[in-house]
Design a protein. Structure first.
Length: 152
């Protein structure tokens, strides 16, 4: 059975975004992308909430722009993964290998985990919270940035 893994970048005081919803304070240095790529590579399926999917969507065409090698590598990892977006408001998606599910269903995620040969990632704090509450998350990887956001 595959593991469901939640990874997040958080401030030292435990926030994943600032009061305005920005995550710019958490932009990684040169070392973090390579480390994250190694951790994320084995997962072949990503479960996203709508906001996280929309934030990651630029990866669909990022390979057409100049970016550091490690960011290009992550773009390849993202593009190769199957993506399932759980959203009540999103009717369609604009990325390959992606489908929409209208609501988070623990039973569906259990089936996906049982059938998967590789680990799975869950992205987005709300969706990850639902997965954790349902007992589906097997691992949480929290990357702390030495910044105090104070609220978010």
């Amino acid at each position: 059975m595959a593991k469901l893994i939640y990874s997040a970048i958080a401030s030292a005081d435990g926030y994943i975004e600032d009061p305005g919803g920005s995550i710019d304070w958490g932009m990684p240095d040169e070392e973090l992308p390579g480390f994250i790529n190694e951790l994320e590579q084995p997962a072949r399926t990503c479960l996203y909430g709508r906001r996280m999917y929309e934030a990651m969507l630029y990866r669909e065409t990022a390979h057409t722009t100049v970016q550091p090698r490690l960011f290009q590598e992550f773009t390849g990892i993202w593009q190769a993964a199957e993506k399932i977006v759980f959203s009540k408001t999103l009717a369609s998606v604009s990325s390959a290998r992606t489908r929409v599910e209208p609501a988070f269903e623990p039973g569906l995620v259990r089936q996906l985990k049982s059938a998967a040969e590789h680990d799975m990632r869950v992205g987005g704090a709300d969706l990850a919270g639902q997965a954790i509450k349902a007992g589906l998350a097997d691992e949480v990887r929290l990357f702390l940035v030495p910044v105090v956001v104070g609220d978010g």
